[in-house]
Design a protein around this ligand. Structure first.
Ligand code: CA
Length: 224
């Protein structure tokens, strides 16, 4: 069931909105302050509907921290102030969309549906799905930063730089772990599986990292 977390402290807004979302068939949880919104949003709902004016931690901060934790949950912001919108949506706080109060229920539901669809289906074709920033040592998946350890980053970089080509286990061990490889590749396999998990990849039907048995791994940029 699709899980929607609604963070709104004003019951005059959250009550009818929660009802409407439930009528759409979503499983709705409501929270009324920023700290619990952040805690619950980290449990991976399918969508977060986030009021900006929340007690204990404002919505902007909730959104920033959520992204800093590596969460890519779609965030639909509710704001009473149109002038805040630029800060909220876009790279700064990492929200995905917004509606300004007072909003029409139908419009909010349409935007919620659009964000939920996007979470399931591929990102828009114009956006690079996986992007590496070598200088900042940062990785972005569909525009959202993915938190990687040093070795995971090196490994992904080694694969992405050779996009479309098989990179041998020996080369990866040498480049990433600085060690000659004579047998065990448990560490390498463990790191590959963590990378896949962080990229949302599935080992049995990988869209990014394919295992070439007995040889190594290949990174493919997914079709656009
Ligand atoms: Ca409020």
């Amino acid at each position: 069931m699709t899980k929607v977390l609604l963070a709104e402290d004003d019951p005059a807004i959250s009550d009818p909105l929660a009802r409407a979302l439930r009528r759409e068939g979503y499983d709705v949880d409501v929270c009324t302050d920023g700290e619990s919104a952040l805690a619950q949003a980290l449990l991976q709902p399918d969508l977060l509907v986030l009021d900006l004016g929340l007690p204990r931690m404002d919505g902007l901060e909730v959104c920033r921290r959520l992204r800093a934790e590596g969460s890519s949950v779609p965030v639909l912001v509710l704001t009473a102030r149109a002038d805040e919108v630029d800060t909220v949506v876009g790279l700064d706080a990492g929200a995905d969309d917004y509606v300004t109060k007072p909003f029409r229920l139908a419009e909010l539901l349409a935007r919620a549906r659009a964000l939920l669809r996007r979470g399931v289906v591929d990102a828009p074709a114009t956006e690079a799905l996986v992007r590496i920033d070598p200088e900042g040592r940062r990785v972005f998946l569909r525009g959202q930063e993915v938190q990687l350890t040093g070795k995971e980053f090196e490994l992904l970089k080694a694969l992405v730089t050779n996009e479309g080509k098989v990179v041998s286990r020996e080369k990866l061990m040498r480049d990433v772990w600085d060690s000659a490889w004579y047998g065990s590749t448990k560490t390498l396999d463990m790191h590959i599986s963590v990378l896949r998990r962080k990229l949302g990849d599935d080992a049995s039907q990988p869209s990014y990292i394919t295992t070439i048995r007995g040889v190594g791994f290949r990174f493919d940029a997914p079709e656009e």
